[in-house]
Design a protein around this ligand. Sequence first.
Ligand code: NIG
Ligand code: FE
Length: 393
Amino acid sequence: MSSIVFSNIGELTTNDPSVGDGSVLGRIHDAALVIDDGYVVWAGATKDAPAADTEIDVEGVAIIPGFVDSHTHLVFAGERSEEFAARMAGETYDGGGIMNTVTATRSASTDELRQSTQRRLDSLRANGVTTVEMKSGYELTLEGEVRLAQIASEFTEETTFLGAHVVPAEYRQNRDAYVALVAGEMLDQCAPLVRWADVFCDQGAFSVEEAHLILARAKDKGLELRLHGNQLGHTGGIALAVELDAASVDHCTYVSDVDIEALSGSHTVATLLPGAEFSTKSEYPSGRLLLDAGVSVALATDCNPGTSYVTNMSFIIAVAVREMGFSVDEALYATTMGGAQALRRSDIGHLRLGAKADLAILNVPKAAHFAYQPGASLVQAVHRGGESPDFWG
Ligand code: NIG
Ligand code: FE
């Protein structure tokens, strides 16, 4: 592959504090960025840029590291817009609708699932996402969870086993048997297809004890851990995630002072998913409290048909800034570096020397427009490791 220089970048966000304005976002104005063989090899002022095989003059627009969407449930069938409407009219979310998606997904063909996953991925990518995590969790049978993990693995390396999403209807009278299945045969068969294990540890889903059992077994099988925690109450998920050194605990809608203290002394990222509070008409968590305590924070779409049918990170940034106490720059950092930290990846989420050249070229001069022009299409092109944007392996 040949080298490319992007020149006349109005505002380049590198997330490299050693360059540019010295902030954590490492901003350079009137910048150039050189990539070679899919990696960043130079960043600085356009006037100092070295020659490359190809020059792309971006004429003053902004470039950012590609968004890292560290939490999605992209592989599913059906839709639940009626539940959404009912919540807007005052109904509360208790996870009950998950079985509606399970029913639709079980009866979908593998090709249908592949095609709808691809469509959602196309939308995320068109809006600047270059890495996406994808979970199983909408079949809740041995063969079904293997099928969803297999489909996810065709799109991303960041695959997650979520057999413990809810206890399916056929096991309601015998939940211990379902937990044993998830922690046994289902995990054994999904493990070769996934990097991560996750559990929905919350009211109406799995208890801390059940989640502990499943995740400890997953760790023994060589999987890394993440956790849905504290979405519906103070349910102990955050403490469990920190105890198990999970890479991330996701939702954190309910956070106590003790949780914040535990997170701030840990390697566990707090991943906030404001699409879920939006779509369940719940209170947003305070990003400000977590950021001020020095907790590593990520923001992600949580794209799923029940609580957050969001495929545009711009919406997440806008809500985080308007409702959750983030500055625009903090929200941008949480959707790039934060997402990478939540996936324990050091090669993405930034454009430091040696980083993967995953980036989004905007059609506006400043990344702040993600919050300032909510809902607009602000990405004109995405490069992933310098490869064609159609490559998602
Ligand atoms: O992240 N909280 C659990 N899982 C999903 C919602 C799943 C659904 O309602 O279909 C979430 O919000
Ligand atoms: Fe989720």
